[in-house]
Design a protein around this ligand. Structure first.
Ligand SMILES: CC(C)(COP(=O)(O)OP(=O)(O)OC[C@H]1O[C@@H](n2cnc3c(N)ncnc32)[C@H](O)[C@@H]1OP(=O)(O)O)[C@@H](O)C(=O)NCCC(=O)NCCS
Length: 156
């Protein structure tokens, strides 16, 4: 039986972290591996909210660290499902730093990730279709399908 489609809104995930000394490199900025781990957790929660299954990371596309994140910064990770395929979803995760005084958020990182839903036996499981509610949802799904085609071509 096909699962009922779900909107990207239903699985939106936001995670907040405070950058402490143990998260930093020798320059006092956030260690990239720590930020990647946070991205992976936010993405996985979002994917699981969409599918209802445990979701494993199959691929992380190019990740660009466009601005440094410093000790003491409040970091906000936002994850949303861009597209749902058969057993996989593409999730976009953005990382922003929140200004303490103004609450203005400055973007530092964006990543596209593929998560695969797995059943109790560890086999890929079908995920609900994505229900686009807005033109932006439709645009994101279109662009994600193009990225998936390129991703799978590279994998082959
Ligand atoms: C991800 C995994 C479950 C896929 O298993 P598989 O036997 O290759 O399954 P399939 O070939 O049926 O592919 C299942 C889905 O995964 C997608 N997929 C698999 N590898 C992929 C990759 N490298 N990039 C993007 N999508 C991928 C397939 O396109 C397919 O998606 P679809 O059903 O939506 O079309 C398996 O490779 C795995 O367990 N990998 C390790 C995951 C892990 O441990 N992650 C933590 C990282 S440390």
């Amino acid at each position: 039986m096909a699962l009922a489609p779900r909107s990207p809104r239903a699985s939106l995930t936001e995670m907040t972290e405070l950058v402490l000394p143990q998260h930093s490199n020798v320059l006092g900025t956030a260690f990239g591996g720590t930020v990647l781990a946070w991205i992976d957790v936010a993405g996985a929660i979002c994917a699981q909210r969409h599918s209802g299954f445990v979701s494993v990371t199959a691929a992380i596309d190019e990740v660009n660290f466009v601005a440094p994140i410093r000790i003491g910064d409040v970091v906000i990770l936002s994850a949303r499902v861009n597209a749902a395929f058969r057993t996989s979803v593409e999730v976009a995760v953005t990382v922003q730093v929140e200004d303490r005084a103004t609450a203005h958020r400055r973007s530092c990182v964006e990543a596209f990730m593929t998560f695969v839903a797995v059943d109790g036996a560890g086999k890929p499981a079908e995920v609900p279709a994505l229900l686009a509610e807005t033109p932006e949802d439709e645009r994101r799904a279109r662009e994600a399908a193009e990225r998936r085609a390129a991703r799978l071509a590279k994998r082959r």
